[in-house]
Design a protein around this ligand. Structure first.
Ligand SMILES: [Fe+2]
Length: 219
């Protein structure tokens, strides 16, 4: 059991280092161009950060991620995805997210398939509607306890008919003291808007935030 725990911790550490270290060949502009090597990397069977291809059929523009009884503060993130022009709403874009629970771990039931074995069951899929909208309801994730000082985060991938799956720098929260200047400098792909999300409570005491995204152009 202890060995399994150590292997798990090593895996999570390497996964996060991998996500942080993907180097990009980009043309500097709001709509950066992603290198071919990134596109090639997503075709590998061992893509450990992918997830959009595991979306259920008939995926909706909105989703509720946590099962009944999952502990944590209720959180709703919504947004609009735009084409690379930054103005036109992008429909039929699959958004895949996964995150930790309120104890900072990726919880598993043991029956997960595909990358769910690593990302855990707090993951979900959406497909933007004709207005480019998506929305996810979940619980606020806690930061890792096992390693590092990484901010609490929600991982984000996007994919569409003309867009191979790629990852964005995860959502962080503006009230998280772990979002230091050093972390702010480490943002690699924010998706045209800040990945640091301010949360407000609505009339039902539910935390709400917005993440809009501008799709990137591929060479
Ligand atoms: Fe993570």
């Amino acid at each position: 059991m202890i060995v399994q725990k150590k292997i798990l911790i090593l895996y999570i550490t390497s996964l996060c280092l991998t996500l942080n270290s993907y180097s990009l060949s980009v043309k500097k502009s709001d709509n950066t161009l992603i290198s071919e090597s990134i596109i090639e990397s997503i075709n590998q069977e061992d893509c450990n950060w992918c997830g959009t291809s595991e979306a259920p059929e008939n995926v909706s523009w909105n989703t509720v991620i946590p099962p009944e009884g999952e502990l944590g503060e209720k959180l709703i993130i919504s947004g609009t995805i735009f084409l690379p022009d930054g103005k036109t709403p992008a429909k039929d874009i699959v958004v895949y997210v996964h995150h930790t629970n309120n104890e900072g771990i990726y919880p598993k039931r043991g029956d997960e398939k595909g990358n769910g074995q690593y990302h855990g069951y707090l993951r979900g899929w959406m497909k933007t509607n004709s207005n480019g909208k998506y929305e996810l309801e979940t619980i606020r994730p806690a930061p890792y306890h096992s390693h590092g000082g990484e901010p609490a985060h929600i991982h984000y991938n996007v994919q569409g008919p003309d867009y191979p799956e790629y990852w964005l720098t995860a959502i962080w929260f503006s009230d998280d003291p772990r979002v230091t200047d050093e972390y702010k400098k480490s943002v690699k792909r924010s998706g045209g808007f800040s990945n640091i999300i301010s949360l407000t409570k609505d009339e039902n005491n539910i935390l709400r935030g917005t993440r809009n995204i501008i799709l990137e152009k591929f060479e």
